[in-house]
Ligand binder design. Structure first.
Ligand SMILES: [Ca+2]
Length: 592
């Protein structure tokens, strides 16, 4: 009897333990399942108003739907250039502290080993992917990484389970061609190893194909996921399949001044800027649309049509991904974030066209189509696209910094817009807050310098930054400091004057009315705050006469010259030989 009783007790205890374990398992499983999936979509070089939802000309119905079903920010600031923005986005920490103060391409050689300037994400910071692994997330990345490109510095070493990425700053969207003489070949990596591209590669298509593939191959399907998709669209070379481009052929026929004015009016209509905002014109030294030949106009109109088509094509593939997540029942619990890393690219690639053509590119979209097309928008149209703001990519004028930012998902307010000031480093801590992780950096790591936007998301009357919380920024020798709706800004050459100016962004977002002399106290206070910021993060002064575009051009010319040197020597030798032969012949004739 005793034996029977103790046997029953053992069985009961085992059942009890099994029950406990089961309940613990289902609780953990529920916790995991309740955490939202995060899809972080990064566009390359899109200004605030390029997407349809933000008043742009491109048809982007899928992103527009996300914007309508979510919260649209109109006062989000990135850095003015790619890699520093990406470092801040993926870590929540100032770019200098993260090791990516500037782009390697833009940096004079002597700066490349200085602290903060290696152009590679350092070990003082953790990425969103690493942090989300704490919450059992599956982590995927496709697209442009640009924060390191050897086996030790790829995203597969920075918390991403599955990756298919471009290491460098840009490339053809159809094959392995680079886009700058200093990087004639581009390199892609899958799960940490260099790979050849699939035959049907088109950047936007393949990045979505690969993301879907990662979902399909996933073993831990019950875990939440984080997918970081960093499109090449709409970075130069601008390329898109014809079917996405042809309907924009007439959209930009009136030129850059009219487009800039049109977007300015639209920005007012949409409430992005106050009604009494003054219009800032295209830079006065820029080419005049009316002075162009018909052939030149057509080239510009085509480049713009391809830009719009490239955005539409990107949106189309985002739509395929949304459809996939819907079919798999994952969409309900997914939060989408859509943003861009800096404003429109005003670089003039005309000088590089000879190199581009020798390397397999063409400039005839009508006859040769999107593949191998070398498109770029140039400074004038970049100035129009960055409307209603001043400047564009490379500069800390608002046109270089203001980017679209859309948050959309079950727990996000629907069909709302916000004009609260926010900064790129705020995105990572906001994600941590959304999934229930600490918004502070883990012990032993550099601080997360951004702030969670979740209190603002939950109640738009609560600003992200209080009136005494400032934000500093420096990249490629352009700088800014934001405090209480004001901004001090110093824009680098050639378009800037390297002087500090003070603007009230609340009533003067186009930065026309310099208040430095009118409000000296505020000006001095903000200058001092910037100096403290610069010292704390380790900003280095660039050499006299430095400019980002100038450095790229100089590096490119040296490479072009080196490549041409053998031909030049051969040419000199041939000419010298001919001259010697002619002189000899003359002498022989004379002596006869
Ligand atoms: Ca960019």
């Amino acid at each position: 009897m005793k034996n029977r009783q103790s046997g029953e007790r053992i069985i009961f205890s085992l059942l009890f333990l099994l029950g406990l374990a089961n309940s613990f398992y289902s609780q953990t499983n529920t916790n995991i399942k309740n955490k939202p999936n995060i899809v972080l979509i990064l566009i390359d070089d899109s200004g605030l108003m390029d997407l349809g939802a933000y008043g742009g000309e491109a048809r982007t119905p899928n992103i527009d739907k996300l914007a309508k079903s979510g919260l649209m920010f109109t006062n989000m600031h990135a850095s003015p250039v790619c890699a520093p923005s990406r470092a801040m986005l993926i870590t929540g920490t100032d770019s200098h502290l993260a090791g990516v103060a500037n782009l390697p391409e833009f940096l004079p050689e002597e700066y490349q080993n200085k602290p903060g300037y290696a152009g590679v994400l350092n070990d003082n910071v953790q990425t969103i992917a690493t942090r989300l692994k704490e919450g059992n997330y599956n982590t995927y990345m496709t697209g442009k990484w640009h924060l390191g490109h050897d086996e030790k510095t790829l995203p597969s070493k920075r918390g991403f389970d599955r990756t298919f990425i471009l290491g460098g700053s840009g490339a053809s969207n159809y094959d392995e061609k680079g886009y700058l003489p200093m990087k004639p070949v581009a390199h892609w990596y899958a799960d940490g190893k260099e790979v050849k591209l699939p035959k049907d590669f088109y950047s936007s298509k393949t990045y979505i194909d690969k993301t879907i593939e990662f979902h399909e191959q996933e073993q831990k399907k019950d875990n939440p996921f984080f997918a970081y998709i960093a499109f090449q669209a709409i970075h130069a070379p601008i390329q898109a399949p014809k079917q996405f481009v042809d309907h924009y052929k007439k959209t930009y026929k009136e030129g850059w001044n009219k487009l800039r004015k049109k977007r300015f009016q639209k920005a007012k209509q949409l409430g992005f800027i106050p009604q009494n905002t003054k219009y800032s014109d295209i830079f006065p030294d820029f080419k005049k649309w009316e002075d162009l030949s018909e052939k030149e106009k057509k080239a510009h109109i085509t480049n713009m049509a391809v830009t719009a088509g490239m955005l539409e094509s990107m949106d189309y593939h985002i739509g395929r991904y949304i459809k996939y997540l819907t079919q798999k029942g994952l969409i309900e619990n997914t939060i989408f974030i859509v943003t861009s890393d800096n404003g429109p690219d005003g670089a003039d690639y005309t000088q590089g066209l000879m190199w581009a053509k020798r390397n397999g590119y063409h400039t005839d979209f009508d006859n040769n189509g999107g593949k191998d097309f070398f498109g770029f928008i140039g400074p004038e149209f970049a100035n129009a696209l960055s409307s209603p703001f001043s400047y564009f990519k490379y500069y800390t004028g608002e046109g270089g910094l203001r980017v679209p930012f859309i948050l959309s998902g079950k727990t996000i307010p629907k069909n709302k817009k916000t004009i609260t000031f926010s900064f790129f480093t705020d995105i990572a801590p906001t994600i941590y807050d959304l999934v229930g992780l600490s918004t502070k950096a883990n012990e032993g790591f550099a601080p997360i310098t951004g702030k969670s936007m979740l209190p603002h998301i939950n109640n738009q009357n609560v600003p992200v930054y209080t009136t005494n919380e400032g934000v500093g920024l420096e990249a490629a020798a352009s700088s800014a400091y934001f405090l209480d709706g004001y901004k001090i800004v110093k824009n680098n050459i050639p378009l800037g004057d390297m002087e500090w100016h003070l603007y009230n962004l609340k009533n003067d977002p186009s930065e026309l009315n310099d208040l430095a002399k009118k409000e000296p106290k505020r000006f001095q206070k903000m200058l001092a705050a910037y100096q403290t910021y610069a010292k704390n993060v380790g900003v280095l002064e660039m050499p006299e006469g430095y400019s980002a575009q100038g450095t790229v051009a100089k590096k490119s010319y040296i490479i072009i010259f080196k490549n041409l040197l053998p031909y030049l020597i051969a040419f000199i030798l041939v000419v010298t030989t001919i001259v010697i032969l002619l002189i000899r012949r003359k002498k022989i004739v004379k002596s006869k």
